[in-house]
Design a protein around this ligand. Structure first.
Ligand code: ZN
Ligand code: ZN
Length: 357
């Protein structure tokens, strides 16, 4: 889809122009992918303000680069970054942006002298924050694949199966429907639920356990992210009903606070207030959510110290939780998109407390 990627490069050149840069040397493969459609694992890209671009990759990808981004001239070499940097010098392109957030110190030292190399800072993250229609479609497919995978697993979940077994079922369901899991699937049962990023173990799930499952599918490189906490057999403890209800209300408060122009920190505060007011503030010690896209965690970040403001067409997760050491935890997470006049749920599994098994 050359036109799509050309539009993205135009948005980058607008940014470059506004800060007085003549070109940008892109060295993160994710950003190269975003700007060209090239999905290989090694690439660099030079974009200049006159709208021209040149991509460099090695011979393993000579054919693929032609197929995936036929509109961008390709240089086949093992030292693409260095050659494109030299090209900035040779063409007298003026001050040039580089990806300071991910270029190694060694690679930075290797940039040729004679050019005002200028950090791009978070410019690419900001550019990627609002998604275009093609990106939102990929996220919709990834999220519905995630819902469907969970739908298959819930009827099979019962006391006696291990966390690892449940994680395997989820992963199989994701692989059947997508490129595979977007990240390492989390299944946390009973007391393990108190660890937000618990790795699944052989622990057999017990009657009355809370089971938290955090997972997502990846489609076209785009990451879905959702979490559901269910109870196995029956609600065994009053604290389970209480904490679930608080987390659900907190998530709703967070989603209600989303909107174009809103400060991400305020959205975090809206959800956190519900948990703090209920007396569980000390047991919710991570941010409320994050953007998703070509990365599972990307801007904007919904947290108390986040500098981000929400823009139109930005997908974010909203994932409050309460984690009680020794007892367990609950988290409810959905991926939603902020539109001008509404919030669209991409993950749609019920948020009611489900009793399974
Ligand atoms: Zn998650
Ligand atoms: Zn998440």
């Amino acid at each position: 889809m050359p036109a799509l990627h050309e539009r993205r490069r135009e948005r980058l050149t607008d940014v470059l122009t506004s800060v007085g840069l003549g070109s940008a040397l892109i060295t993160t493969v994710l950003n190269v992918r975003y700007l060209t459609g090239f999905t290989g694992s090694a690439a660099a890209l030079l974009v200049t303000v006159d709208g021209s671009a040149e991509i460099a990759t090695d011979s393993r990808y000579a054919l693929q680069v032609q197929q995936e981004c036929s509109d961008v001239p390709a240089r086949i070499t093992r030292s693409g970054r260095r050659e494109l940097a030299q090209s900035v010098c040779d063409q007298n392109l003026g001050a040039a942006g580089f990806e300071d957030q991910c270029l190694s110190v060694a690679a930075w030292r290797d940039l040729p002298p004679g050019v005002a190399w200028t950090p791009l800072d978070s410019a690419l993250d900001q550019l990627r924050m609002a998604k275009d229609a093609a990106e939102l479609d990929l996220l919709r497919v990834a999220c519905s694949a995630s819902d469907a995978a969970l739908d298959d697993v819930l009827p099979r979940l019962h006391a006696g199966v291990s966390e690892r077994e449940v994680a395997r079922w989820i992963d199989d369901g994701l692989r059947d429907r997508s490129e595979g899991p977007a990240f390492d699937t989390i299944v946390a049962s009973g007391p393990n639920g108190a660890i937000p990023h618990h790795q699944p173990t052989e622990r057999p799930i017990e009657h009355g356990d809370f089971v938290t499952m955090d997972f997502g599918a990846r489609v076209g490189g785009y990451h879905a992210d959702m979490t559901r906490t269910v109870v196995v057999g029956e609600v065994a403890h009053e604290w389970q009903r209480e904490t679930y209800d608080i987390v659900r209300r907190a998530q709703q408060a967070g989603i209600d606070a989303l909107g174009v122009g809103r400060a991400a920190a305020d959205v975090d505060a809206a959800a956190r207030e519900v948990i703090v007011d209920a007396g569980f503030g000390a047991f919710f010690d991570h941010g409320l959510g994050h953007g998703v896209g070509l990365q599972i965690h990307e801007a904007p970040f919904l947290g108390a110290t986040s500098p981000d403001n929400l823009v139109e067409s930005v997908p974010v997760t909203v994932e409050p939780g309460i984690y009680l050491p020794g007892r367990g935890g609950v988290r409810i997470e959905d991926t939603v998109v902020v539109h001008a006049d509404h919030v669209e749920y991409l993950t749609t599994t019920t948020r009611d407390l489900l009793v399974v098994g």
